[in-house]
Ligand binder design. Structure first.
Ligand SMILES: *[C@@H]1O[C@H](CO)[C@@H](O)[C@H](O)[C@H]1NC(C)=O
Ligand SMILES: *[C@@H]1O[C@H](CO)[C@@H](O)[C@H](O)[C@H]1NC(C)=O
Ligand SMILES: *[C@@H]1O[C@H](CO)[C@@H](O)[C@H](O)[C@H]1NC(C)=O
Length: 336
């Protein structure tokens, strides 16, 4: 057969053309190997697996912390520089009961992006690790826990950061957007930031679940001057009590909406803020008119609350993995 084909010049030509096309295609596919598509397919499969495999809310160790920068083609230069310049210590309110069901997912997702991360519990656990505060667990002790946590941070880590963020173990924080927001603020001002409520405290206060961040000066006043004459040390509603205490120390509850009036700190999860359906109280409390919908949420949101572990990993995928091919996003100036 070979001899027959080779003897005919026309056939030889076809073979040469065939080989050339083959080579060309193989070269093309080699140069396309680095495209995100391949890698995203792997990640999205991982995610689907975990979303559909687990019957309970308890999803665990399959979600190893991943390295953002190595998996992608994103340029981290600005974010890395901001991390050095705007140092944020985060502390997470947790408990022995929710360590392996909630806090572990903070640890495996956004927690690692803070300059320093601390987990506050009532029992010290050197393995996780958690800090054991001298307080009983339970909703009625959230004020005391928060008081003690900020004092602990002041005594042990005051020089490690410029800003000090409190979040729950079901809060999701986009730390880069927090740093961007803080980049035009001064840590020496007595101020704190979060999702602003206009009730109860004169000048308003920030929601607990949406998380809030104290300036260095605010933390100093809170830890040194927030004594029992001025501030309730336990009981009551944590966020209102802390807000009331800070107000007495002349710490301002700063505004956090972006320059288009859109929210950055969120008391509920993304679905609720996208589609509405807030509880009745929210309309009375919210300073920004309890707005919902994609056009009322900042392009640089900072927190969402009531985020289940599954949603936490889904957000991680949307924010740090999913990219629409061919769209390179530029930096926007959204600070007021
Ligand atoms: C823990 O709290 C209790 C009750 O508030 C107090 O009596 C005790 O001295 C505290 N222990 C430490 C080690 O601070
Ligand atoms: C807060 O401001 C008031 C009024 O200016 C002042 O009397 C008070 O001493 C200040 N308190 C603190 C802790 O700075
Ligand atoms: C923003 O929220 C307000 C109040 O819910 C609503 O009336 C308005 O339609 C929202 N804007 C957009 C663009 O969705």
């Amino acid at each position: 057969m070979y001899t027959t084909i080779c003897r005919r010049p026309q056939m030889l030509l076809y073979i040469v053309i065939g080989i050339s096309i083959g080579l060309f295609i193989s070269m093309l596919s080699n140069s396309f190997q680095g495209f995100p598509r391949t890698k995203f397919a792997v990640h999205s499969n991982d995610l689907n697996l975990d979303l559909h495999n687990s019957e309970t809310e308890h999803i665990d160790e399959h979600h190893e912390p991943h390295d953002d920068s190595h998996a992608h083609h994103d340029d981290y230069t600005i974010a890395d520089a901001m991390k050095k310049k705007i140092r944020v210590l985060c502390w997470v309110m947790t408990s022995p009961q929710s360590l392996s069901t909630k806090a572990i997912h903070v640890k495996h997702t956004w927690g690692k992006r803070c300059n320093k991360i601390l987990y506050m519990s009532s029992v010290s656990d050197p393995k996780f690790p958690t800090i054991g505060l001298n307080i009983s667990e339970g909703r009625q002790h959230l004020t005391g826990k928060t008081m003690q946590a900020f004092r602990y941070v002041y005594q042990n880590h005051f020089n490690d950061a410029d800003w000090f963020m409190k979040a729950d173990d079901d809060t999701y924080v986009i730390v880069e957007n927090l740093r961007y927001f803080l980049s035009t603020k001064n840590p020496n001002d007595p101020i704190y930031f979060g999702h602003h409520f206009k009730t109860i405290v004169k000048g308003g206060y920030h929601s607990g679940g949406a998380g809030y961040v104290l300036s260095k000066e605010a933390l100093r006043r809170f830890a040194l001057l927030g004594n029992s004459q001025l501030c309730r040390q336990d009981g009551g509603a944590e966020d209102a009590e802390i807000g009331s205490c800070l107000m007495k120390l002349n710490v301002t509850a700063g505004k956090t909406v972006d320059n288009l009036g859109r929210s950055r700190f969120h008391c509920f999860n993304l679905n609720t803020h996208l589609h509405g359906g807030f509880p009745d109280w929210f309309y009375k409390y919210d300073s920004n008119g309890a707005r919902s919908g994609i056009h009322n949420i900042s392009d640089y949101p900072i927190t969402f609350h009531y985020v289940s572990p599954k949603e936490m990993h889904a957000l991680e995928y949307y924010v740090y993995h999913l990219r629409p091919f061919g769209i390179v996003s530029g930096a926007q100036d959204l600070n007021v």
